[in-house]
Design a protein around this ligand. Structure first.
Ligand code: NAI
Ligand code: AKB
Length: 375
């Protein structure tokens, strides 16, 4: 009998051991009983019992923080949690205003040990994982997109699970494909995207939810629509036209659009997106009936956006020169996003519709270019 018990215990361990074949590690964090990646021998198990109390501020690390969204998120989180409690990281050199606005650190998400060192040395408790290659640049470099978006995510998941972090990973409207219902697209439906970006984001959603159920990882994920911002540039996506139109309208009075005039896509102003991210991170776990939510604000076509901009700048001329790669991607994405679950579960509510978005963007870019001209 002892032999059978021993064998069954070995079998149980084998079943519970993660795919990497490493030894499971018992840690003293809520719900987490197995580490998905081996922690080197001699690691201090008591470290894992150090977790932030609900009354403390979280200590946040943002990966890929120098893209369109990271700097704005750092600003919002620093206002709430204090400047030194939010660390921006990236593999690029920060501009001097960003470097001087709060902690910045080099971090390549493909370097697992470096990432772990940062998390340990800075006693990180929340990880916002923004590093990614977006839809259009991903199609231009599939191997790199696969490495950053999939291999990089594996590093992030393992580190977050091992150190009991609350992990936010954004997904996207791009996680849906031509066989998904497109108008509207619900949270749960067929997801067969045709871009490496979309495939990697479905993988992230599923892996995060799996780690949540298997290891107790506090994984939270929002599917963002196309995000529109005035003071940061998009990183090579399909929805980038909706940012560029404002800059070109103010500077040149002309805009050449790379999508067809009737291509309808869900969109959101950056302030709504960043606030949603903070709100879902702060939401009590009991309020989350799911771990991956659609969020939305508005849906429009290039023609509708141009018409709204022309209400303020009537001389704007818009022409269309279609980029076939981006158009094919856009034609496979949701036209309207159903975000009822986010609204019901944790009270998501957007502030900006199309008229407010256009007014805000033009005010911001207009005043910026007036300042530049005066200098
Ligand atoms: N901007 C948007 O419209 C939307 C963004 N998202 C998601 O939000 C997140 C942030 O998006 P953006 O700021 O727009 O992206 P972005 O493309 O502007 O920035 C991504 C950042 O990742 C960094 N990066 C690349 N390889 C890296 C590596 N090996 N290690 C560390 N960092 C690396 C880049 O240097 C870049 O600064 C992404 O995951 C994206 O998929 C989702 C939907 C819409
Ligand atoms: C919607 C996104 O995920 C991004 N802006 C892209 O167009 O790739």
């Amino acid at each position: 009998m002892p032999v059978i018990r021993a064998l069954s215990s070995v079998a149980k361990q084998a079943l519970l051991a993660p795919a990497c074949g490493c030894q499971p590690l018992t840690v003293a964090i809520r719900n987490i009983s197995f580490s998905p990646r081996q922690v080197t021998s001699g690691s201090d198990a008591s470290f894992h019992s150090v977790s932030f109390s609900e009354t403390d501020h979280p200590k946040v690390l943002i990966t890929g923080g120098l893209g369109q969204l990271g700097v704005g998120l750092a600003k919002l989180l620093r206002k709430r949690f204090g400047k030194n409690n939010v660390i921006l990281s990236d593999i690029r050199k920060p501009p001097s205003n960003v470097f001087h606005s709060g902690p910045f650190i080099y971090s390549d998400i493909l370097d697992y040990k470096n990432l772990r060192e940062i998390v340990v040395n800075n006693r990180i408790t929340w990880l916002v994982h923004y590093s990614a290659l977006l839809s259009a640049v991903g199609e231009a470099n599939v191997a790199l997109a696969r490495a950053v978006n999939i291999t990089g995510l594996h590093n992030i998941l393992d580190i977050a699970a091992e150190h009991g972090l609350r992990l936010f990973v954004p997904s996207t409207i791009g996680a849906f494909g031509p066989t998904s219902p497109r108008n509207p697209t619900p949270d749960l439906c067929v997801q067969r995207p045709r871009t490496i970006y979309g495939v990697s984001k479905v993988h992230a959603e599923l892996m995060g939810e799996y780690y949540h159920h298997r290891y107790g990882l506090d994984f939270r994920c929002l599917r963002y629509p196309g995000i529109i911002s005035a003071d940061s540039q998009p990183g090579g996506g399909t929805t980038d036209y909706a940012v560029q139109i404002f800059h070109d309208a103010v500077k040149n009075g002309k805009f050449e659009c790379n999508l067809k005039p009737d291509t309808r896509l869900p969109m959101m102003y950056i302030d709504d997106c960043l606030r949603a991210t903070l709100e879902v991170m702060e939401a009590p776990a009991e309020s989350l009936s799911m771990r991956t939510y659609n969020i939305n604000a508005m849906s429009f076509t290039p023609e509708e956006l141009a018409n709204e901009v022309q209400k303020q700048l009537p001389d704007l001329q818009v022409t269309y020169e279609i980029d076939s790669v981006r158009q094919a991607i856009a034609d496979s994405w949701p036209m309207n996003f159903d975000d009822r679950n986010a609204r019901n579960d944790w009270g998501w509510k957007h502030d900006y519709d199309l008229p407010e978005l256009v007014q805000t963007m033009l005010n911001f870019i207009g005043s910026d270019s007036r300042i530049a001209q005066a200098n």
